[in-house]
Design a protein. Structure first.
Length: 393
């Protein structure tokens, strides 16, 4: 039942209890839009929610007659391996195995397993939403399998750019300083492959290289090979810093001292850690997978990849079987990046000025929310930045 009169404008539902990197962005976005938002107690016509918002708050907004706009990142698309199926009861796992054994039921079994395990919560919220704002073209493509008729647009995340110290020209005799951020939950972050690449640079290319792994917890994903801990803890050219909650102190110093950030992440809709690393002036070396191309643009070098080469479902949370990375080709990209490092740093700065700053991201959100409030739809030519477009044809 609708109760009370709605005011014009839009508001944002913020929940400070969440701790993910996406939530850090959402709180920063809320602060940047504060002067343009209506307080929720004034019942604005449109309300922006993060995908992690309590679903009852979304229901209440719908009952008040408000337009619900939902910021959406990714979904789960795991192949039902034995490790995955152990999360279900024995009878349910047996049903899934029977379905997987039949080619015409394979994808259906994958859909159901991922829905029951994790996707149901996000699907409920998306189903309730009037509009969706995806974080990347990859995120949009994932969801079109299930929500092709949902009105939507694409806005990439942002961060606060960090003032850069004056940097002397790189001495070719200095070690190449690489940095990445650790993740002990999803093998799809491919930290192990970053470690192997650095080992290959040292042992095969005989490069003077150092890797700093930020946020190392001491926990190793179960699917990683047995030598992962040895690489992390016993290699002189690999340094680790412990888990952190803010980009300050030793963490900020490591980022500011590095030459580039390395991300081999596979099918990550919007790796916000990459944006936050780039905010320290770092160009990116990586694989053109997931939402990474939308973030990096021309401010790094990415090895081409096809995220759907082997189908919609893939390794993600429970296994470590990903498309092989061509280390010699990746090394050539690293050489190219290092040969033009000052130019790439300038590109990173320009990208924050035009695309990746919190202010730029907030402007694009405000434009979308204002148009949704006034007209109920996002025009086809809405300038939402790189990849910004109507998701619905």
């Amino acid at each position: 039942m609708r109760t009370g009169r709605l005011s014009e404008g839009f508001g944002i539902f913020l929940d400070a209890t969440k701790t993910t990197s996406g939530q850090r962005f959402f709180m920063q976005l809320g602060a940047a839009l504060e002067s343009r938002c209506r307080p929720l107690e004034q019942r604005p016509r449109t309300v922006l929610f993060n995908i992690s918002a309590p679903w009852l708050e979304i229901v209440r907004a719908k009952l008040r007659g408000q337009k619900v706009v939902l910021r959406v990142d990714g979904l789960y698309f795991d192949l039902p391996t034995d490790a995955f199926l152990r999360r279900f009861s024995a009878p349910m796992a047996a049903l899934f195995r029977a379905g997987l054994a039949r080619p015409h039921l394979h994808d259906f079994a994958c859909d159901v397993a991922n829905f029951l395990d994790s996707n149901f919560a996000g699907f409920l919220r998306i189903g309730l939403a009037d509009f969706v704002i995806y974080q990347s073209r990859f995120s949009h493509r994932l969801h079109q399998r299930y929500f092709a008729g949902k009105e939507s647009c694409i806005v990439v995340n942002g961060s606060h750019y960090v003032a850069q110290p004056a940097r002397p020209e790189r001495n070719p005799h200095d070690p190449v300083r690489l940095v990445t951020i650790y993740d002990d939950w999803k093998p799809s972050k491919r930290i192990y492959d970053v470690l192997r690449f650095v080992e290959w640079l040292v042992n095969v290319r005989h490069m003077n290289v150092e890797l700093t792994v930020l946020g190392y917890t001491g926990r190793i994903p179960a699917s990683y090979p047995a030598d992962a801990r040895t690489l992390l803890e016993q290699r002189a050219y690999i340094k680790t810093l412990p888990r952190f909650s803010a980009f300050e102190g030793d963490i900020a110093a490591a980022l500011l001292a590095a030459d580039c950030y390395v991300s081999f992440s596979f099918r990550d809709p919007c790796p916000n850690a990459v944006i936050e690393a780039m905010a320290h002036g770092l160009p990116v070396l990586g694989v053109a997978s997931g939402g990474l191309p939308d973030i990096v643009g021309d401010s790094g070098l990415l090895l081409p990849a096809d995220d759907f080469e082997c189908g919609f479902f893939s390794a993600h949370r429970f296994e470590n079987h990903f498309p092989a990375i061509d280390f010699p080709a990746m090394c050539r990209l690293l050489d190219e990046l290092l040969s033009s490092l000052p130019e790439f740093r300038q590109r990173v700065r320009r990208r924050f000025e035009t695309q990746l700053s919190i202010a730029a991201s907030a402007d694009r959100y405000a434009a979308a929310l204002s148009r949704i409030t006034r007209h109920g739809w996002v025009p086809t030519q809405t300038p939402l930045g790189d990849g910004g477009r109507r998701a619905r044809p």
